[in-house]
Design a protein around this ligand. Sequence first.
Ligand SMILES: N[C@@H](CCC(=O)N[C@@H](CS)C(=O)NCC(=O)O)C(=O)O
Length: 202
Amino acid sequence: MKLYYSPGACSLSPHIVLREAGLPFELVLASTKTHKLADGTDYYGINPKGYVPLLELDNGDRLSEGPAIVQYIADQVPQRNLAPANGTMGRYRLQEWLNFITSELHKGFSPLFNPATPEDYKPLAKDRLAARLKWVNEQLEGKQYLMGERFTVADAYLFTVANWTQFVGIDISGLANLGAYMGRMAARAAVKEALKAEGLLK
Ligand SMILES: N[C@@H](CCC(=O)N[C@@H](CS)C(=O)NCC(=O)O)C(=O)O
C-alpha cells in the first residue's frame, strides 16, 4: 500500500495506524501547498480532492477520507484489535469519535492554518476548539484511551489533531487528562516511529 501524506498533517493519523497494524506500506510525500509530489507529479491527478491522506491499495484502488482509511486498515488486521468489530455497538462508538474528531476538531483547526482567514475570526475559532477539547478532557477521566483501556484508531486521529494546539496557540495545559493522554500516545512505539519518519522527531 501507499500512503500519500504531508508531515504533521492529518495524514499522520493513518500513518500511525499503519504502523500499529504492522502492515508494509510506502510513504509518498504530497505537498499540501504546491499539490505536487517530490518528482513534480500533479497530485490532483492522483486525488482530485487535492488533500491528504490518500491510501492506495495494492490493487490500485484509492481510498480517501481519514476516518474511512483508518477503519479500512484496522479491518485488515482484526487480530490487532485496532477497532471494535463491524456491526457491534463498539464500532458505532468508534465512528461517533471519528466523526466528532473530523468535524468538530480537525475542521475547526483548518481556518487557523489558512493564511487567508481574517485575524478577527481566529479567537472565535480557538475558543470553540478549546471548549470541545475541554469536553474531550472530561471524557478521558479514568480512561487510558478514548474507548477505554485499549488503543483504537480514534486515538491516532485525536493525537494528531490535538497536537496542533501548540502551533495555533491553544493552551491545553489546564486539561490534565488530555495532557496525560498525549504523553501516553507520544510514548507508543508506532507514534514515535511515525513522527520520526515524517521528520518531526529526532
Ligand atoms: N475530509 C478530509 C480532509 C483532509 C484534510 O483536511 N487534509 C489537509 C491536511 S490536514 C490537506 O491536505 N489540505 C490541503 C488541501 O486541502 O489542499 C479527511 O478527513 O481526510
